[in-house]
Design a protein around this ligand. Structure first.
Ligand SMILES: Nc1ncnc2c1ncn2[C@@H]1O[C@H](COP(=O)(O)OP(=O)(O)OP(=O)(O)O)[C@@H](O)[C@H]1O
Ligand SMILES: [Mg+2]
Length: 419
């Protein structure tokens, strides 16, 4: 008889603790890079090598393929047959491994398993429904067990399963471990992630905490970001702009301070020509520099108004940051002697930069907004949301109530130096 060896990684102490304490239904809420895949593959292989049929479930096909590849490679020496079409591996031990993505209907119908692993369970849409209608029935014949592995994502269905341990402690068990319990991840990497993430993301992704997700894009923005501080008019300031006509056109007046960024005033107008908004801006600048407007102001061009401002020492913005599509607005700024620059970026990337400035993993709020910026504050604390309270990290927010928030994001992405 030939002996085949299969090399599986030695579980680290936290993984071992989980395996040793497992019940029939196991829910693991762990930080990113904790070793969920390694653990899931280990328990799955354990049953398959013993000759049992097992199933691996992922939220989407894309999330399935890496694990499918890893597991295929892992059991190469004990494989009898691989069906790429059916996503199935048959082992010489009699064990069978099926792979399913839960974003298609009717998966796993007619199958029975001794063990299933549901990876990244918190990302499965309608997880409870998939569990009760699709996955749970496959465990009936063999009294199979189940492993839900995930990083938390607010109080969604995954949390409901996590809470089952309280309701039915004979069958269900839950664990929560932060990333730092994986000894293979250097602590300095975790420190680096802490500095790069906003506070809610750090708590959720690294500490594996369930955090309520309000659906607000900038959920950490709070009173502590508000200020009555005024700009230092001896120092330069800039503009963040979001153009509009039916939707509001917003200009934010922004200054770098020794400790961060101060948004100290705003202009938010609808149905107003761009040169009129720029005129209003020039008037606002005159007020900040404590100058009365000269005679003939109403009939002057913006070019002449700006020339007057320069001649009397009224400070104008050093730069206006706009979306690249705002070609005409940028031309109007230049006519008024205000340099303008267009920028584009991925919205989700820009949101990350803003969130970090609002509150970073170390508890620092670099972004301060003067209370008089009513439009911006109202969007940040109330209006600007993900669709139906949706997810934080990979879905675009609604294109609604985001005008001032977008002007801020545009500037922060281009000029804050945080990326
Ligand atoms: N027991 C172990 N022995 C050796 N390395 C391990 C072990 N567990 C995890 N690792 C390593 O830690 C890293 C993260 O593991 P894994 O991909 O399983 O984590 P994860 O929690 O699934 O991560 P993600 O949150 O990105 O999905 C990998 O480099 C993996 O090789
Ligand atoms: Mg993983």
């Amino acid at each position: 008889m030939t002996t085949l060896t299969l090399t599986l990684p030695n579980l680290h102490p936290a993984q071992r603790k989980i395996v040793n304490g497992a019940l029939r239904f196991n829910v693991l809420a762990c930080g990113r890079r904790f070793g969920k895949d390694v653990l899931g593959q280990d328990v799955l292989m354990d049953a398959a090598i013993g000759g049992d049929p097992v199933g691996w479930f992922a939220p989407t096909y894309r999330m399935l393929i890496d694990n499918m590849r890893d597991i295929t490679r892992m059991c190469r020496d004990i494989t009898a047959n691989v069906s790429k079409v059916e996503h199935r591996i048959e082992l010489i031990t009699g064990g069978v491994i099926d792979f399913w993505s839960l974003d298609v209907a009717d998966v796993a119908r007619g199958r029975h398993y001794a063990r299933v692993v549901i990876n990244e369970a918190a990302m499965v849409r309608n997880l409870l429904d998939s569990w009760t209608r699709v996955i749970r029935p496959t465990l009936a014949d063999l009294s199979g067990d189940a492993w839900f592995l995930s990083t938390p994502r607010g109080y969604n269905d995954f949390h409901a399963l996590y809470a089952m341990a309280d309701e039915r402690p004979q069958e269900w068990r839950s664990w929560r471990f932060p990333t730092s319990d994986n000894p293979h991840i250097p602590p300095k990497e975790i420190e680096a992630m802490r500095a790069e993430m906003d506070a809610v993301s750090y708590a959720q992704e690294i500490l594996a905490e369930f955090r309520s997700i309000t659906g607000l894009v900038y959920q950490d923005f709070s009173d502590d970001n508000l200020t009555d501080a005024e700009p230092d008019m001896t120092l330069p300031f800039e503009l963040g702009c979001d153009d509009g006509y039916i939707d509001p056109r917003v200009f934010l007046l922004i200054q770098r301070t020794p400790t961060g960024i101060l948004i100290f005033d705003e202009i938010a107008q609808t149905k107003r020509l761009d040169e009129e908004t720029i005129r209003d801006l020039l008037e606002m600048c005159a007020r900040y520099s404590k100058h009365d407007l000269p005679e003939g102001w109403p009939t002057m061009t913006n070019m002449a108004r700006s020339a007057w401002a320069h001649s009397v020492g009224v400070k104008l913005p050093e730069l206006a940051v706009c979306g690249t599509e705002s070609v005409q607005l940028m031309r109007r700024f230049r006519e008024a002697n205000i340099p303008a620059r267009g920028g584009t970026h991925l919205i989700l990337e820009g949101i990350k930069v803003m969130r970090q400035l609002i509150l970073d993993g170390n508890g620092v709020r670099a972004l301060k907004v003067n209370r008089r910026c009513k439009t911006l504050v109202s969007e940040l604390v109330n209006g600007y949301r993900f669709p139906d309270g949706g997810r934080r990290d990979n879905e675009k927010p609604e294109d609604l109530n985001n005008h001032a928030a977008d002007a801020a994001r545009m500037w922060c992405w281009m000029r804050s130096g945080r990326r």
